[in-house]
Design a protein around this ligand. Structure first.
Ligand code: NOJ
Length: 744
């Protein structure tokens, strides 16, 4: 046998043994968990279900500082959040090992879009529709965070939302359950890498279970009232995808669902998650959400809240101290069965064993590895790549973009041009105070423009003030230039947790600044930075070109320059509908058919519309331009009727008809014409990204199977009902290119 054969034989052998090794390892861990559980007192078990925030970087209201260190030493704490750094994590782990059973701590942190290298906001990443790049982004974050002791990230956030007033839309993947599910799974895989046992695998925590994104009126932490059908069909789908992708943990949410707080909600946690979906990881509460059931008026006190939360399936208490203070008494009083506690602790310990923490509690705190990851070139390159793919071109009149470097003078105007930390956006707490490495818009664009271009600058106004004192200077600078780039939008901390806004127009006097600058008659390009869809109707009419740049992270300025000068042809597509007015909210593409649909935009005659506004949004879901243009052929179906076990192929030819090579995201939607429950007017069921050289045509094929046609009926069964379907193909959800087929 030569060496090639030998390698082949060994590979086959290893691969065929892999499932047995996996099973044996699982059995071994089960055995170790059981042995440990047998040794534990009730108090020690409850300790494992207790989690506090560390001593700095609080990401919520601290209940009490108290006796945390003593509790670590005496085994009354299973996990800490907001503790990072090789030294800190080592010190605390050493303390945990002084406890009777020497059970190591789990260190959790909100590593939401990067750790040291900050990536674009998750909503921005979703605009790339590039699932591989999104997985890579999570991978880089995990590699960096795991090197400084982080075992567990509170991400991905997979909450669907139809409401841009809600500040946390920046943290999710937008409004669509199909796209959201693919992204949820990709992020879980990215964080967890090749699996636990590898020191760069970080446990994912999928949040917020559930329906947090449907908070009434877009006000954070607010109630949610919705049918179980809608919950399952839309809001739970990305969670299910994440669980199927192997997510280790879930976090429940602050809101109530139909009157029952999610934290005390048996239906979602016990029945759906741990029952139907057979989830074997553990559930952590959100910050203080067990204690907050008292504020909800659902629990009389912390004692009752602890009973309700454990009964409903919440395994770990983040920062409310209700478990540590009451569970033992509840068991003694016969109100909580100790078996529920055993189940929760078994789940938590299993993860600690899987992570290898009992074999080496310090394996994640590695200064050598941390050094290699700090300002790591490959990571920065991955962030820049993700950032340029996240930018969405909303308008490009007269092909103003891409810019060439023949322009003699470029003016940069606006409060974001030289912004530094804002580029990181919300959830970038771990970033140290040395802001030097963030590439501002000014730096990135000036570098790329080169020495032959004169760059001039004026701030014009602050992000959110009423002063127009800077306008005159801005206009003076504008008049000197050949082209103007305006960087405007929300501050980095205007979207995020507890950052709901009733008014989502451009803040302060920024829109007036745009109007004034446009009135000079010079060509104006807008860079709009935000964590949510904003409203900027007047600015959008007056400026010639608009790039929606969100907040792009460490490499923001470089990525924007890549796109502005055409080194990268923009390919982003909106993951959320952009409203014309707050009055349209909630507005989303996959809305449901009504009995009185308007015939056209101006039809107001006893139809479901507004008398003062069209129903259509400002920019639809899936929309985004390119420097080139794409032409779609009529879609062709392989047949017009299919049986349940069959599939239908949908073929469409896409041609690059413009002057630049470019990438298009070809989207596939269906409309179920008649259902036993009312169906959405369109639903995304597939997409493919194709890169086409100018003049090139490519045929894109989708396959539709019965699974793509299923929905929850009134009895909560997932069914596909026979009948007619429309299939739409195109470059956004507004496409009208369609064909029909029948499910027999
Ligand atoms: C509250 C937030 O809702 C949650 O997303 C976060 O993970 C925790 N605080 C911890 O910071």
């Amino acid at each position: 046998m030569n060496s090639k054969h030998l390698t082949f034989a060994l590979t086959v052998c290893i691969l065929s043994l892999a499932p047995f090794a996996g099973k044996a390892q699982k059995a071994n861990i089960e055995h170790r968990v059981d042995s440990l559980l047998n040794l534990m007192t009730l108090e020690e078990k409850i300790g494992q279900m207790n989690q506090y925030s560390g001593f700095w970087e609080a990401t919520g209201p601290i209940t009490e500082q108290g006796n945390k260190l003593e509790q670590v030493r005496t085994g009354q704490l299973g996990s800490l959040l907001n503790i990072t750094g090789v030294d800190h994590t080592r010190q605390l782990q050493e303390m945990a090992l002084q406890s009777r059973l020497k059970i190591p701590l789990l260190f959790g942190q909100d590593v939401v879009h990067g750790y040291r290298t900050i990536f674009p906001l998750p909503l921005a990443e979703a605009a790339s529709w590039d699932i591989e790049a999104i997985e890579r982004s999570a991978r880089v974050a995990a590699v960096e965070a795991s090197a400084v002791g982080v075992h567990w990230t509170f991400a991905p956030m997979v909450d669907i939302s139809h409401d841009p007033r809600w500040g946390r839309v920046m943290e999710g993947a937008g409004e669509d359950p199909y796209l959201g599910s693919l992204i949820a799974a990709a992020r879980v895989k990215g964080f967890q890498g090749k699996g636990f046992g590898n020191t760069d695998a970080v446990m994912a925590c999928v949040k917020h279970f559930a329906a947090y994104g449907a908070a009434e009126a877009g006000r954070d932490y607010n109630r949610v009232e919705m049918s179980r059908r809608e919950l399952n069909e839309i809001y739970l789908r990305p969670f299910k995808a994440a669980v199927e992708a192997g997510a280790a943990t879930l976090m429940n949410s602050f809101n109530d669902i139909n009157g029952i707080p999610a934290t005390g909600n048996k239906y979602i946690q016990r029945e759906v998650l741990k029952g139907e979906w057979k989830f074997d990881g553990f559930v952590v509460s959100d910050w203080g959400s067990i204690g907050e059931m008292v504020n909800h008026g659902f629990s009389k006190d912390c004692y009752q809240a602890a009973q309700q939360a454990i009964t409903a399936g919440s395994d770990m208490d983040m920062e409310s101290r209700c478990y540590i203070g009451n569970l033992a008494q509840l068991v003694k009083d016969g109100k909580v069965d100790e078996r529920l506690i055993n189940d929760a602790v078994r789940r938590i310990l299993t993860k600690k064993f899987e992570m290898g923490l009992f074999d080496d509690p310090y394996r994640y705190s590695d200064s050598e590895r941390a050094k290699q990851q700090w300002d790591n070139k490959a990571n920065l390159e991955a962030s820049r790549d993700m950032a340029k793919k996240s930018i969405v071109l909303l308008k490009n009149d007269n092909q103003l973009l891409p810019l060439d470097t023949k322009r003699k003078t470029i003016a940069m105007i606006g409060p974001m041009v030289k912004a530094v930390r804002d580029n990181l956006g919300f959830w970038s707490y771990s970033w140290p105070d040395d802001t030097a490495r963030i590439v501002t818009h000014w730096q990135g664009i000036s570098n790329r423009a080169g020495k032959n271009v004169k760059m001039v600058y004026a701030k014009g106004c602050d992000i959110n003030s009423t002063s127009k004192a800077g306008f005159a200077e801005a206009l003076r600078v504008a008049r000197q230039s050949d082209v103007i780039i305006m960087s405007i939008g929300e501050a980095g901390n205007m979207s995020g947790e507890a950052k709901s806004r009733s008014n989502i127009h451009l803040p302060g006097v920024q829109e007036e600044l745009v109007e004034a600058v446009c009135a000079t008659g010079k060509p104006v390009i807008l860079l709009i930075n935000a964590g949510r869809p904003l409203i900027f109707n007047s600015a959008s009419e007056k400026a010639q070109a608009i790039l929606y740049t969100w907040w792009l992270g460490t490499e923001a300025g470089n990525a924007i320059a890549d796109v502005l000068f055409g080194d990268y042809n923009p390919s982003g597509k909106l993951p959320m509908t952009f409203p014309r007015s707050e009055g349209q909210i909630p507005v989303y593409y996959n809305h449901f058919s009504t009995g009185r649909p308007p015939k056209n935009e101006t039809d107001v005659n006893y139809v479901s519309s507004y008398i003062d506004l069209p129903n259509s949004p400002k920019y639809p879901f899936g929309y985004g331009l390119s420097y080139t243009t794409f032409k779609y052929s009529e879609p062709v179906l392989s047949k017009t009727a299919m049986n349940a076990g069959e599939t239908i192929a949908v073929k469409v030819s896409v041609t690059n008809t413009g002057n630049y090579d470019g990438k298009e995201t070809v989207q596939l939607y269906i409309h179920d014409l008649v259902g036993s429950v009312v169906r959405p007017v369109k639903q995304l069921i597939g997409f493919q990204q194709v890169f086409l050289k100018k003049g090139e045509t490519r045929e894109v094929t989708f396959t539709i199977s019965i699974n793509d046609l299923k929905f929850y009926n009134d009895d909560l069964n997932l069914v596909a009902e026979p009948g007619d379907f429309e299939v739409f193909v195109g470059g956004s959800s507004a496409t009208e290119l369609k064909k029909t087929f029948t499910l027999l």
